[in-house]
Unconditional design. Structure first.
Ligand SMILES: NC(=O)c1ccc[n+]([C@@H]2O[C@H](COP(=O)([O-])OP(=O)(O)OC[C@H]3O[C@@H](n4cnc5c(N)ncnc54)[C@H](OP(=O)(O)O)[C@@H]3O)[C@@H](O)[C@H]2O)c1
Length: 303
């Protein structure tokens, strides 16, 4: 079968489509064999290929990829049936199980039904950013009527967090990077939308969801909550003297969370965005486009 692998670190032109042995289902182990239809590129894939992860990355050669939308080939003992449309997130860095391959074996707990109302190409944009948004909002524990600031609200994680928070009845304001993103945030229910962080000073948000390491700590109220997912930006400054709880949240495999996300899509509460779709044979061009930035949705790869 085909897999997108790297055997060294570097720019997108080190990416190759190679032939590798098909993975085997461990009988009775609660695993499922999935045929990949589509996947998407996340910042972690770019950093992994680049060698920016350092120690802790799987050994070379490695198959890349966290997101997966596909069809069950063999559900083993899990109850999943052949032909079911599914989505999954594989924690590629900790398990080495990359999703950019024709066939992928994953634990059933990492798999969920795909949304019925969108294509598998669109569904492939959901797992990693969706779970990051959902799990971080759960940590922030924002209640209906509370006020949340999302920094990077038009990005992959931020755009989904905005929509999930609005579906939960939370008031959301948005910090975005450029004028083109203002309309997106407004259209998806944000109140105040700004490119100027000084406009957020003293607005006393109950919670802040920081997707790019903005550290707009002056915007959170005393006793509030501040979560970053920008691991590379380092820890959130210590705000304990103001009674503010802080975290740098790390996404986890979570089939139940994916089921919740699929339902939100099918209810019309979560709209997914594909900026451009590439064939897996054009993976180098896909990575180059991802690195260029200025995106208004995800880059997907079609198998
Ligand atoms: N901890 C975890 O488990 C976890 C999970 C998922 C993602 N992450 C990390 O979270 C980050 C976001 O991921 P993503 O997939 O959402 O990336 P993304 O789609 O690139 O979103 C980042 C957003 O932040 C915006 N932004 C960047 N700098 C800004 C600035 N100075 N002012 C205002 N907005 C700014 C970007 O705007 P532009 O498009 O204009 O640059 C973009 O809209 C990445 O660093 C990723 O590695 C961590």
């Amino acid at each position: 079968m085909r897999a997108i692998q790297i055997d060294r670190f570097g720019t997108p032109d080190i990416l190759d489509v190679v032939e590798v042995p098909e993975p085997e289902l461990g009988r009775g182990s609660g695993e499922v064999l999935i045929r990949t239809v589509a996947t998407s590129i996340n910042p972690v894939d770019d950093k992994t290929r680049d060698g920016a992860i350092g120690e802790g990355a799987p050994p070379l050669p490695m198959t890349l990829g966290w997101d997966l939308a596909g069809v069950v080939v063999d559900g083993g003992s899990t109850g999943l049936r052949p032909g079911e449309r599914v989505i999954a997130m594989s924690h590629q860095l900790s398990t080495g199980r990359g999703t950019w391959a024709d066939l992928v074996v994953l634990p059933a707990q990492a798999v969920a039904p795909a949304p019925r109302s969108v294509s598998l190409s669109e569904a492939a944009t959901l797992p990693l950013p969706g779970l990051t948004a959902l799990q971080t909002l759960d940590w922030l524990a924002v209640e209906p009527g509370e006020r949340l600031l999302i920094a990077g609200a038009a990005g992959a994680v931020g755009g989904l967090a905005l929509q999930i928070a609005r579906a939960r009845g939370v008031e959301v304001d948005a910090l975005v990077s450029r004028e083109a993103q203002v309309a997106f945030a407004r259209d998806h229910g944000a109140g105040l939308v700004t490119t100027d962080r000084d406009a957020l000073r003293d607005r006393h948000y109950d919670a802040v969801f920081d997707t790019f390491g903005a550290f707009v700590t002056e915007a959170v109220t005393d006793g509030g909550r501040y979560a970053s997912v920008a691991t590379q930006a380092g820890p959130v400054p210590d705000l304990s003297s103001r009674g503010v709880r802080t975290t740098v949240n790390q996404v986890r495999e979570d089939g139940a969370g994916l089921t919740e996300l699929s339902e939100l899509v099918d209810q019309g509460s979560l709209r997914l965005r594909v900026h451009a779709a590439f064939s897996l044979h054009d993976v180098r061009a896909a990575h180059a486009r991802f690195r260029q930035g200025g995106l208004s949705g995800k880059i997907t790869l079609l198998f």
